[in-house]
Design a protein around this ligand. Structure first.
Ligand SMILES: Nc1ncnc2c1ncn2[C@@H]1O[C@H](COP(=O)(O)OP(=O)(O)OP(=O)(O)O)[C@@H](O)[C@H]1O
Ligand SMILES: [Mg+2]
Length: 276
């Protein structure tokens, strides 16, 4: 049951999970952070904005049951409410994606207010949710731009590898351009380190660089590399439903609580939680 003291107490936050680098954990973070936020009593909507549709399959949703999907929202004239499906996770809904969305990058070019389409279509849904998480494709094209214009903030998953910082400076420049022209409110709310391995020296040194450069925008919660996390999507389940006790699930729960605390939707951690 959602805790009324937490759920609905604050305005809706639309967060785009973005990084133009492929395979850094965007979709895994979208699915599992969304599930962890729902487990904390938040009403959450995932918007699958990647033509690969990995968030849709990873949440075990049959996209054929949807009357409309993100393509219909962004390019067509589907109503947002028609596109929402419930998932197996209580409190978590999704707008699915299909391969049709790949054509949207080209079709959007011709459309009026092409960067604002997702923002305008999601507007009627806002009040139904505490969080809307948008899973972006690994590009900085018109779909990701639509997500950046629709969003209040970005969450950037970072895999601690050699080129991580280079990719981030490109992303930061894009965000600055979007703030100047299209969405002055957009902020990088946070960076989350994914697939982390404390035994790997490169990983540890890239983490130090990212923390030095981005300071407290980097979440303390770090997502470890954990086989259970990568197995879960093939069962159509978030890892929290697949194996709640595994290190990956526990890390996504810590990330959700840290996000809720940062946004003042949860009180500061208890001493027991800090010690954990
Ligand atoms: N913490 C983790 N531990 C182990 N494997 C992980 C973890 N996070 C992600 N993976 C695996 O890494 C791969 C890439 O993750 P994911 O699909 O989330 O990245 P992505 O950024 O969404 O990729 P794309 O850019 O293609 O959309 C997947 O096979 C996923 O299962
Ligand atoms: Mg993805």
């Amino acid at each position: 049951m959602p805790d009324p003291a937490v759920a609905g107490a604050s305005p809706t936050r639309i967060i785009a999970i973005a990084n133009q680098k492929g395979g850094v954990g965007k979709t895994t973070t979208t699915i599992n952070l969304a599930t962890a936020l729902a487990a904390c009593g938040q009403r959450v909507l995932v918007v699958d904005l990647d033509p690969q549709g990995n968030a849709t399959t990873g949440l075990g949703v049959d996209r054929r049951t949807a009357q409309a999907d993100t393509y219909g929202l962004v390019v067509g004239d589907a109503a947002a409410a028609e596109a929402v499906l419930a998932t197996a996770v209580p409190g978590l809904d999704i707008v699915t994606a299909s391969a049709d969305l790949a054509a949207a990058e080209i079709e959007l070019i011709e459309l009026p207010r092409r960067e604002f389409r997702l923002r305008e279509r999601l507007a009627p849904l806002r009040s139904n949710y505490d969080y809307v998480l948008i899973d972006c494709p690994p590009t900085l094209g018109l779909l990701t731009l639509n997500a950046m214009v629709a969003a209040d903030a970005l969450l950037v998953p970072v895999q601690c590898e050699f080129f991580a910082l280079e990719g981030l400076s490109w992303l930061v420049r894009t965000v600055e351009r979007v703030r100047r022209g299209l969405n002055p409110e957009l902020e990088i709310q946070g960076l989350v380190l994914t697939m982390h391995d404390r035994r790997n020296n490169l990983c540890v040194s890239v983490e130090a660089e990212v923390r030095e450069h981005f300071g407290d925008r980097v979440y303390e919660a770090v997502i470890p590399r954990n086989i259970r996390v990568s197995e879960a999507p093939s069962w159509g389940k978030p890892v929290l439903l697949y194996d709640l006790k595994c290190p990956g699930s526990q890390a996504y729960l810590r990330l959700a609580r840290e996000m809720l605390r940062r946004e003042r939707r949860l009180p500061a951690p208890s001493s027991a939680e800090v010690a954990a």
